[in-house]
Design a binder for this molecule. Structure first.
Ligand code: WTA
Length: 661
């Protein structure tokens, strides 16, 4: 394969990549993009027609951002599991591997073809039906990265049950909150899983969560447990807990299950994500639009071809795994790898070893993983044959040019285009991204909006009467979308007002993303990170208010404020300022207790990297915490604190600076 040409800091895709790409020039893209936003009826209608509809839609799209109302493929009926499985078999892919599972133990590989997946999914869908699950019911899934996870998701989708997957790293308390909010009566979990040579029990955490739910008056009636680990006993409660393996093997469970034809706007899943308040939001996605958008974005952005082997290293517990391990790849008939373990075990070349072993051609990961592996040295990828790769992707946080260049050279062999894809749980799929054969990329730039996406970097506005104005070229604005796209979230589960108030108020008439962005002379977008109270730790989204709520629930804590600060590998880390109640003394022991408490309340991903005990917080006279100052101190920019004279007690800033961790 040809090499990427570099000119003036721009990296041009190799000619042979361009020749085979779906979109091979910016002009071609501009034409398609223009149609996608000016005539969505035709553009999205044609793409949606590549999928199966039991009943065709009457109208492609209707929306009213002034009310936060969005509909796509109105009146259409379909089923995403039918498109991901049955349709692939009809297209002749029955014996192709759909899910390629690589467990942590090297020899633990399970390859499931489309035919096998359909049987397993149908059986499990019948199990769910036998347990009383019906269309619209919520099913909580607390599973590690094992092949049973996509089976469970697709089984829910087949019968119209709404899945809500909770990332395996969340604590019992966090799981409880999500089960309660979703009102799930059934939970799917595993006895345990492998993590860096050790075993972790999902079931133990699930049991605690269920007990905590009971205290709130909510009963989880049924628990289905995957026997992931052999010889790993977990307590099974009679009448409530059953084994996945026994359930699907039962003699009354058929391997055929007719799909429930879902209205395009019927809910598909809820996925909780952090926001700027203490309570996670249940982001709701619906069937038709999400299906069309993940299908189309996967196809064009990864320039997916039938012979590709696709490896996305995300966890299915996050949106990246939903859209680009399961739904997008399977709707395209791809082979998608599900990897149980971590990049560094047993050695820091595990990803590269998997690429070599399965001849992965498209690899999609997060900057934090790239930075961590870069630190381990170039010898690890050098030892592996990575010549099967033809395209690389990045997601989850801004990628720093140094990591981009290392990825390009040491993983992509200077021949693979890199798609730096910007999106969010809320957006359902990638919104800003290179199309890999169509234009040159610049490290750190996600470049241009995908089809159907009208992205703007707007100047802040204080009222709806002010007109929306784009930030000048190369100056930061608030990243907003002018209209909806098919994969956009449709609401916050159970909290209709919260949807509108979170996303449509900051920039009236627009969807506000919470991110800052600049546009350069070419119109390329560069993402600058969050401008709300959300921090991206190792690509995991964490609301500072959530961490504060966890800290404040500890008996010794009077008040706390949490901000982000730059971290070499994690991108950002959490810095907690803590005021203790009278009678408690600062100590290293207390810091440890606080970290343990946050891990218990939310999970290890929320542990603050630094804790500073402070006598007070910088507050305005009206009592608002000046987070700007706290962020500057945490980042070590103590000479740039700005005006502190409006504080109720400016002297507290000196004490905070002096005690900086
Ligand atoms: C950040 C993950 C810069 C951003 C798919 C966004 C990015 C948040 C990128 C969403 C990128 C994601 N460049 N920043 N390519 N991709 N982000 O909901 O701040 O877990 O708002 O979805 O991640 O995180 P979420």
């Amino acid at each position: 394969m040809g090499k990427i040409r570099e000119e003036n800091g721009k990296f041009y895709p190799p000619e042979d990549f361009v020749e085979q790409a779906y979109v091979s020039s910016r002009e071609e893209y501009e034409k398609m993009w223009k149609q996608s936003v000016e005539d969505p009826e035709t553009f999205w209608g044609e793409i949606a027609s590549e999928l199966y509809w039991y009943k065709k839609w009457l109208k492609v799209n209707r929306e009213d951002f002034a009310k936060g109302e969005i509909e796509w493929f109105i009146g259409g009926k379909t089923n995403i599991s039918y498109n991901c499985l049955d349709m692939q078999i009809k297209k002749g892919r029955g014996d192709k591997v759909a899910i390629l599972f690589q467990g942590e133990p090297e020899d633990d590989v399970v390859k499931l073809t489309y035919k096998e997946m359909l049987k397993l999914v149908s059986k499990f869908a019948n199990v769910l039906k036998k347990k009383g699950v019906r269309k619209g019911d919520r099913v909580a899934i607390y599973l590690p990265m094992i092949w049973q996870l996509p089976v469970a998701m697709l089984a829910c989708a087949r019968i119209g049950a709404i899945h809500t997957i909770v990332f395996g790293g969340f604590s019992a308390e966090a799981l409880r909150d999500r089960i309660l909010d979703a009102g799930a009566k059934i939970l799917i979990t595993a006895n345990g899983y492998w993590r860096s040579g050790k075993t972790v029990s999902s079931k133990a955490t699930a049991d605690t969560a269920i007990d905590l739910c009971a205290k709130e008056g909510h009963t989880v009636d049924k628990v289905i447990v995957v026997k992931r680990l052999d010889n790993f006993d977990v307590p099974m409660k009679a009448g409530r807990d059953t084994w996945f393996e026994d359930e699907i093997a039962a003699s009354d469970i058929s391997d055929v299950c007719a799909p429930v034809w879902m209205d395009a706007e019927d809910p598909l899943f809820i996925l909780y994500t952090s926001g700027s308040t203490g309570k996670p939001k249940g982001v709701l996605h619906t069937t038709g639009g999400y299906m069309v958008y993940t299908y189309a974005s996967f196809k064009y952005i990864f320039d997916y071809k039938d012979k590709d082997i696709f490896f996305c290293t995300a966890d299915i517990g996050w949106v990246t795994g939903h859209s680009y391990i399961v739904y997008g790849p399977l709707a395209n008939g791809a082979t998608s790898i599900v990897f149980e373990s971590v990049p560094t075990y047993p050695n820091p070349d595990r990803f590269w070893q998997i690429v070599e072993k399965f001849k992965v051609s498209i690899f999609y990961t997060a900057p934090t993983a790239i930075r961590a592996l870069m630190k381990e040295g170039d010898q690890w990828p050098a030892k592996r044959d990575l010549s099967s790769l033809r395209l690389l992707g990045s997601v989850g946080e801004p990628i720093n040019p140094e990591a981009w260049l290392w990825y390009h050279k040491h993983i992509g062999g200077e021949r693979c285009p890199i798609v730096d894809t910007w999106w969010q749980t809320e957006t359902g799929g990638i919104l800003i991204t290179p199309l890999p054969g169509a234009w040159p990329t610049i490290p750190g730039f996600a470049t241009l909006p995908f089809f159907g996406v009208k992205a703007r970097a707007l100047q802040p506005r204080s009222s709806a009467d002010q007109p929306a104005v784009d930030a000048p070229v190369n100056e930061q604005g608030e990243l907003c979308m002018e209209r909806s796209w098919p994969g956009m979230m449709r609401g916050v589960f159970g909290e209709p007002e919260r949807f509108f108030n979170t996303y449509f108020v900051q920039q009236p008439g627009f969807y506000f993303s919470g991110d800052g962005a600049i546009r350069n002379e070419d119109g390329y977008f560069r993402l600058m990170g969050r401008i709300d109270d959300v921090v991206n730790v190792s690509g995991h989204r964490m609301g500072t208010a959530e961490v504060e709520a966890a800290l404040n629930s500890y008996p010794a804590v009077a008040e706390s404020a949490v901000v982000g600060f730059p971290h070499e590998v994690k991108g950002e880390d959490l810095y907690a300022y803590v005021i203790l109640k009278t009678g408690f003394e600062p100590s290293d022991q207390l810091k440890k207790e606080l970290v343990a408490h946050v891990r218990k309340e939310i999970g290890p991903i929320a542990s603050p990297g630094k804790i500073q005990f402070v006598p007070g917080l910088p507050k305005t006279r009206s009592g608002k915490i000046m987070r700007r100052i706290l962020r500057k101190v945490a980042s070590g920019e103590i000479d740039q604190l700005g005006d502190t004279t409006t504080l109720a007690d400016p002297s507290v800033v000196d004490i905070i600076v002096a005690g900086r961790q």
